[in-house]
Unconditional design. Structure first.
Length: 134
């Protein structure tokens, strides 16, 4: 039997250093101590999709956007508990794994990787994540 939670504190947050979402979503949603981060694409601070750049440049931009989202809710990489990576070409997986390992350091949240046939704007990758709030 499920129980209805009458009082849940849900807050929608957009990273101030990123362009506001153009769709019907928020960069981050916090609820009951968790932070749900929407899929981050290689989009610059002006809202331009940087999909003609190399995979490495796209990956670095996506991780920078993820970092901006974490910062907007007073979190950092060590607060990540799960990361989901969507890659349009799985041949780029070993390169991404190297870039990601350098970015995240010793912290090792749970992670899922999915090869997909297409991403918005023709992006090479997209990352969504869950973190614990502080």
């Amino acid at each position: 039997m499920s129980q209805l939670i009458e009082s849940v504190n849900i807050e929608c947050v957009n990273a101030p250093t990123l362009i506001a979402p153009k769709g019907h979503y928020s960069h981050c949603v916090t609820a009951n101590g968790l932070v749900f981060i929407s899929g981050q694409l290689p989009v610059d601070k002006l809202g331009n999709a940087i999909t003609n750049a190399s995979f490495q440049e796209q990956a670095s931009l996506v991780l920078a956007n993820l970092q901006a989202c974490l910062s907007s809710v007073n979190c950092d990489k060590t607060h990540l508990v799960q990361v989901r990576v969507y890659i349009a070409n799985m041949e780029n997986w070993p390169l991404f794994n190297q870039i990601y390992a350098k970015w995240i350091g010793e912290h090792r949240p749970a992670r899922a990787v999915a090869g997909v046939s297409e991403l918005h704007f023709g992006a090479a990758l997209e990352i969504e994540a869950i973190a614990v709030s502080v």
